[in-house]
Design a protein around this ligand. Structure first.
Ligand SMILES: NC(=O)c1ccc[n+]([C@@H]2O[C@H](COP(=O)([O-])OP(=O)(O)OC[C@H]3O[C@@H](n4cnc5c(N)ncnc54)[C@H](OP(=O)(O)O)[C@@H]3O)[C@@H](O)[C@H]2O)c1
Length: 245
């Protein structure tokens, strides 16, 4: 049984929902954030805030909601998991609508930066174990054709994690910082990219084949490994690849 509090973004489906389920089943309190409320998460330890993370000027409202949800003085672990991501835009950059580029980077990079900043500010004084995690991707290191906005956001996230990890090194009760690449997982994000035509997305055939060959992992299994990573200790800012979790 855990006595932790986890703030997790993107809990309406996919990896985030499976992770919220796993973590609340382990006895922890979870506040999940996504636009849609996940009906499947029925535990009384799961709380939900319907929020659009592209509205980056309102992110302070999420941290205010944390106050209503939990009393940090009763906890032994506090953790933020920046998991939400948009899928679009996919395609050659000259065909990506400016509004989609803007929204993608807000959700995938700016929101995690602001949320991490406000979360760390709020709980800096708590003398308990604390962690900030980023669900990243191999796309942070590997250039993928027609996924420039996604790859660029993930690369930015990884560097952000390394920098804030360094900042925390000297504090006695500093935040641990980690990035996690889950590997390929059977979620709506994968379904969306393999549904593209090869004209729309150069790598559509690759992702279709990965699905047909049964190479996508089940979100519940991935959530178990991510939970392990959240509990383990690593050097600051490290990127943990799915297969090494
Ligand atoms: N699936 C994979 O193969 C794979 C591989 C590597 C890395 N990842 C990473 O793993 C993470 C989760 O991916 P997934 O596959 O589980 O994706 P997914 O099934 O598409 O789920 C995305 C989640 O993000 C939320 N989200 C999207 N836009 C949002 C917004 N504007 N405001 C609030 N929440 C928003 C969605 O909720 P709402 O739509 O309800 O808002 C949803 O809960 C992402 O960071 C992804 O990059 C996935």
């Amino acid at each position: 049984m855990g006595n932790g509090f986890y703030l997790i973004t993107g809990t309406s489906r996919g990896i985030g929902r499976a992770l919220a389920q796993k973590i609340s089943n382990e006895g922890n309190t979870v506040l999940g954030v996504s636009r849609r409320r996940p009906d499947e998460l029925t535990s009384e330890r799961y709380h939900h805030m319907s929020f659009d993370l592209s509205e980056t000027s309102r992110i302070h409202e999420i941290v205010e909601k944390v106050d209503e949800t939990v009393d940090a003085r009763r906890l032994d672990f506090l953790c933020l998991v920046n998991n939400a991501s948009a899928t679009e835009p996919v395609g050659p950059i000259e065909k990506c609508p400016p509004a989609e580029i803007d929204t993608h980077v807000r959700i995938g990079l700016i929101a995690p930066m602001i949320l991490s900043s406000l979360f760390m500010q709020k709980f800096a004084g708590e003398r308990i174990r604390k962690k900030v995690a980023f669900i990243s991707s191999g796309a942070a290191f590997r250039s993928l054709r027609d996924e420039s906005v996604y790859c660029g956001s993930k690369a930015g996230l990884n560097m952000f994690a390394q920098c804030i990890g360094l900042e925390q090194e000297s504090s006695e009760f500093g935040f641990e910082v980690v990035s996690i690449g889950p590997g390929m997982v059977d979620t709506s994000m994968q379904m969306a990219i393999r549904s593209k035509t090869s004209d729309e997305f150069a790598m559509a055939d690759y992702f279709r084949k990965a699905f047909e060959d049964g190479r996508l992992q089940e979100p519940g299994k991935v959530a178990e490994r991510i939970y392990e990573v959240l509990l383990n200790r690593y050097e600051q800012g490290r990127y943990i690849e799915g297969s090494n979790v």
